[in-house]
Design a protein around this ligand. Sequence first.
Ligand SMILES: Nc1nc2c(ncn2[C@@H]2O[C@H](COP(=O)(O)OP(=O)(O)O)[C@@H](O)[C@H]2O)c(=O)[nH]1
Ligand SMILES: [Mg+2]
Length: 264
Amino acid sequence: MIRSTMALRETRPSWRTPPGRVIVVLPAYNEEQSLGLLLQRLDDAMHEDAIDYEIVVVDDGSTDGTAGVVGEYARCLPVHLERHDINRGLGATIRDGLKSAVAIATDKDIVVVMDADNTHTPGLIRTMIRVIREGADVVIASRYRPGSYVRGVPFHRKLLSLCARALFQTVFPIRGVRDYTCGYRAYRARVLRAAFLQYGDDFVNQQGFQCMVDILLKLRGLYLIFREVPLILRYDLKQGASKMKVARTIAQSIALIVRRRFRG
Ligand SMILES: Nc1nc2c(ncn2[C@@H]2O[C@H](COP(=O)(O)OP(=O)(O)O)[C@@H](O)[C@H]2O)c(=O)[nH]1
Ligand SMILES: [Mg+2]
């Protein structure tokens, strides 16, 4: 028995490298109530599918116990904490999280970004990985695919994201993309590395929630394959209010469209 295992090892092809890992980036601003539960659910989901993973939490100057929660879980889970001294906004937080992820990733790894508010279901990561392994470079968890399900989202937020979809699909069509604004996505690590090489820190240079759209606009110039999978959004699980400032996000998104569409 031992001899046959040895023989197998000796005949392992030289090109075979260990399977890729998943690096999960969580932008977090005052998420102490949700983050612990999300970390547990992430660990469960990764464990169930025997996926090797690491988590990078970027605490964006939270004034609550967000950093403390990460510290607690870091004793038993592969979680790293990065901190901003002051609140810098979602764009800078996602940029720093992606940079840290790329720094520890190999080209085989997959980087997943999701909200830290425990409304995105971690079980979907397995599907997103599968779609990347099937050939996609970027996978978006989308509210606009058959099988998606949204629970607890207020009417005005549904309307806002529908309008955003209509507008962005018209002005910046990207094959395979309907949901431009959802914060739950998976990227090949090497795609992110290439994007940082090309754009530097300007890869993510929008401060607010419109950074999600801008990332796609930057990536669409890199000749990539975009795919979507249906999202189950459990907004009913959200503790406290959304951090999105609706009027500001609309104004900044329109400014972004004008800049990117008419001024290059
Ligand atoms: N870094 C950072 N993260 C933020 C900020 N505002 C929101 N977030 C995070 O961005 C994600 C999206 O915010 P959320 O309130 O869930 O927005 P919604 O789901 O669209 O209502 C969550 O993980 C928040 O913790 C901010 O000012 N800075
Ligand atoms: Mg959210």
